[in-house]
Design a protein around this ligand. Sequence first.
Ligand code: C2E
Ligand code: MG
Ligand code: MG
Length: 417
Amino acid sequence: MLNRDRIFAAIQELLDLAAAGEGCFAVVFVRVLGLREIRLRFGYERGEQAEQNARTRMEQSLRPIDQVHHAGDESFAVVLPGLRNRNHVLLAVTRLVSAFELPLVDASAPWQGRAVMGVVVFPEHGRTPDELCRRAETALDIAQRRGEQYAFDESTAVPTEIIYEDFRDAIENNRLQIHFQPVWNLQTNCLGGAESLARWTDTNNGTTSPADFVPFAEQSDLILALTRWSLNATLRYMASLPPAHGLRFAFNVSPRVFAKPGLVEELIDALSIWGVLPSALIAEVTETALVNDLDLSVQVLRRLRETGIGIAIDDFGTGFASISYLRKFPATELKIDQSLIRDIGTDEHTAKLVRAVISMAHALDMEAVAEGIEDQSTQDLLADMRCDFGQGYHLGRPEPAADFVARFSMQQPPQSR
Ligand code: C2E
Ligand code: MG
Ligand code: MG
């Protein structure tokens, strides 16, 4: 029997009991950090021994009715039946943590293991073995990313289910929408342009967030189609503005498309078809994505820059780009992530950091753009820090591109960015 079949069968049994009125249970995915290192340092035999020890330790720390199943490399699924509330789950989680207080291998090669856990509770977090396990694994990833011992499922963190064919049809049949969010010049207090953001609203599925469908597109083969669609739709709206509007429009590019040969030429063609000047367009690329394939990204970005298109490093401050990376990118703008901007009014240290990032951007001949400005005092602080541009709910929420264009066209003369 496969690990998965065994785990699903155990959960299904509890679901059947629950249907007969037998209450709540929990599933905990446990990753035992250290097992892989033991295998690599001390050999496969010791590695297997340590894995067996880990399992026995967990079983001994729990009640006899609890089950520990091997789930894969370094990981286990623990099924905890008959729980009365969340506190009972926490008790089990605490015991699992202390199960790893002693080294996992014998005295000749002592090596410490550490458990990281993702927790889901039935019925709160799911109603099928598949859903419960997926959510528990997602919670485990969250715990590991945050450096915490455990995390409960946060339903919003679980990606919404997207049907490939639905999404492909929506792109092919032009059923996505473009929203524009204004970008404001903080020094002159004038509109500078907008960022183009895709939306997918469907009669069957309601509204799906780009935070869900962009990663889905990146992981399937739809990212190129999405990027083409987004770019053309953005250019179409730009072309409908009065001439000499003086605004600049940013669109998001996933570096996954950088590997496509002829991409830059395609972009130049699209600009000439719509009669849009390259200098009116800014390609936004996220910092994290850039670092993933540095050489290719630098190559493509340089060629894009040569055409006259602006380049923005998006979400700066959330990834791990170092100063030496920044030196290589031909970027014209640095977009400081909203997670940093949010705290500048309350946290002196973050404020100093943002001030320094703005100076750094200027020293590298880039303009600084602040994301996520949600109140006047944050806007004032940033203007005082000499931040060039700003974006956020306080300055304007994303709105249908047609509304943005109509409003701007009514307010002549144009303002310049
Ligand atoms: P992003 O490029 O960093 O875009 C900014 C996001 O922050 C947008 O979310 C925007 O609605 C949100 N935002 C703006 N101001 C505020 C604020 O004051 N407070 C808060 N809490 N949020 C604010 P959105 O539209 O959900 O987009 C999420 C991400 O999806 C974007 O992040 C971008 O990376 C990606 N994305 C959106 N459209 C496209 C697209 O057409 N193609 C690609 N490749 N990615 C896209
Ligand atoms: Mg962006
Ligand atoms: Mg951003």
